[in-house]
Design a protein around this ligand. Structure first.
Ligand code: FA5
Length: 335
C-alpha cells in the first residue's frame, strides 16, 4: 500500500506541475481527492489493514494527502489570472466615496445674514464670549440689582466674569474705541441659563446691529429690518413691531415674523401664536451714549439683536432648535 501511495503521489505531482489551467487543476483534484478519487479510495482501505501497521501507513497517507493539497493550491494560485485573486486591488471597480463634510446650517445662516448687512454698508465687529459684568450689564444701563437682569439668566464664572448673555456688550466696546458714524453688525454665540424647549436653548447665536450718527431715526431702523427680512427670505413676509422694554434702548420694540412653519395657524415652534419673535431693537438710550462719552444731544442711533437660530429654523422649516446642537450626522448632512 505504501508503494501504491508513493506511485500515486509521484504521478499526481507531475500532473500538477504540468497543468496549464485552473480547470485542469480542478480535474486533478477530483481524480485524487474526489469521492471516487484514487487517494480517497486508498484511504478508505486503511481500516482493513492489520492494526500493527495501520498507524504508520495512515501517517504516510495523510502526509501524502497534505502534500498534494498544498501542491494543488500553489499551482492553482500561480495559474489564476491576477485580477481574479482576492487580495489584489481591482482598479476597475467603482471607488468608495469618502464622507464629505457640509457647512452647519447655523453657519450658513450666519454668513448669509452678515452678507446682507454688509451689502447695506454694515461692517463686522467681534467681542469676547467671556465678558465682564460691566460690559454685559452695567454699561448697558443695568446696574446690580436691576430687575432687567432677570430677563437673561446668567452663567457666572466669578463675581465679575460671566458668559455673555447677548451680543450687546460689543456695542459698548466698539463705541468706547471709535467715534460716529458707526455702522456695525456683531455675530456671535451667547449663553443663558434657561429652560430648554423647541425654540429656546442655553447656547444660541445672535447678531447685534448698531448704527450711530447724527439724525438716525426709528423709521430708518424699521426700513433696514424690513429690507433685511425680505432679502433673507426672498419674499415679502409680514413683520410685527411690538412695544417692548430694554434698559439700553428707548423706545424699544420686539419684532415678530409670521411663523413660516405653520403659516400663522399656530404650531409648537411659535407656541400656537402664529408669530415668532426674532429680534429685539430700539433707539440707543442717551444714558448709554453718556457712558461711552458721546454727546446724546448730537448723536442718535438704533440697535437691534436678532436670534440667528430662530431665523435658521424659519428658513429651513426646522421645528426644534435642539437639532442644531445635537450633531446628528443625518440632520447635518442635509445642508
Ligand atoms: C436681547 O438679547 C437684546 N440684547 C436684543 C437687543 C439688542 C435689544 C439691541 C435692543 C437693542 P432678547 O433677550 O429678546 O434681547 O434676545 C434677542 C433674540 O435672541 C430673541 O428675539 C430671540 O430671537 C433670540 N433668543 C433669545 N433667547 C433665546 C434662546 N434661549 N434660544 C434661542 N434664541 C433666543
Amino acid at each position: 500500500m505504501k508503494a501504491e501511495l508513493e506511485e500515486i503521489t509521484k504521478g499526481a505531482l507531475k500532473r500538477i506541475e504540468n497543468a496549464q489551467s485552473p480547470e485542469e487543476i480542478e480535474r486533478i483534484k477530483l481524480d485524487l481527492l474526489g469521492r471516487k478519487g484514487r487517494l480517497t479510495q486508498l484511504l478508505r482501505q486503511l481500516k482493513d489493514l492489520p492494526p500493527e501497521i495501520r498507524p504508520e501507513v495512515g501517517r504516510v497517507a495523510n502526509q501524502a494527502k497534505a502534500k498534494l493539497e498544498a501542491a494543488l493550491k500553489e499551482r492553482r494560485n500561480s495559474l489564476t489570472p491576477l485580477h481574479q485573486k482576492r487580495e489584489v486591488l481591482d482598479v476597475t471597480l467603482p471607488g468608495k466615496r469618502p464622507w464629505e463634510g457640509s457647512i452647519h446650517p447655523l453657519t450658513i445662516t450666519l454668513q448669509r445674514i452678515v452678507e446682507i448687512f454688509y451689502g447695506m454698508g454694515f461692517e463686522v465687529a467681534e467681542g469676547p464670549e467671556v465678558e465682564t459684568d460691566y460690559y454685559n450689564f452695567e454699561a448697558l444701563n443695568m446696574p446690580p440689582d436691576h430687575p432687567a437682569r432677570d430677563m437673561q439668566d446668567t452663567y457666572y464664572l466669578s463675581k465679575d466674569l460671566l458668559l455673555r448673555t447677548h451680543t450687546s456688550p460689543v456695542q459698548i466696546r466698539v463705541m468706547e474705541r471709535s467715534q460716529p458714524p458707526i455702522r456695525i453688525v456683531v455675530p456671535g454665540r451667547v449663553y443663558r441659563h434657561e429652560a430648554i424647549n423647541a425654540r429656546s436653548f442655553t447656547v444660541f447665536y445672535q447678531l447685534e446691529g448698531l448704527y450711530v450718527d447724527e439724525g438716525v431715526t426709528f423709521g430708518q431702523l424699521k426700513g433696514v429690518l424690513t429690507a433685511f427680512i425680505n432679502e433673507f427670505f426672498a419674499a415679502e413676509l409680514p413683520l410685527r413691531f411690538r412695544p417692548s422694554f430694554f434698559p439700553f434702548t428707548e423706545p424699544s420694540a420686539e419684532v415678530d415674523i409670521r411663523c413660516v412653519i405653520c403659516r400663522g395657524k399656530g404650531c409648537s415652534v411659535c407656541k400656537g401664536r402664529g408669530w415668532l419673535e426674532i429680534l429685539g431693537a430700539g433707539m440707543v438710550d442717551p444714558a448709554v451714549f453718556q457712558r461711552v462719552g458721546y454727546d446724546p444731544e448730537r448723536f442718535s442711533g438704533y440697535a437691534f439683536g436678532l436670534g440667528i437660530d430662530r431665523l435658521a429654523m424659519l428658513k429651513y422649516g426646522i421645528d426644534d432648535i435642539r437639532l442644531f446642537y445635537e450633531n446628528d450626522i443625518r440632520f447635518l448632512s442635509q445642508f
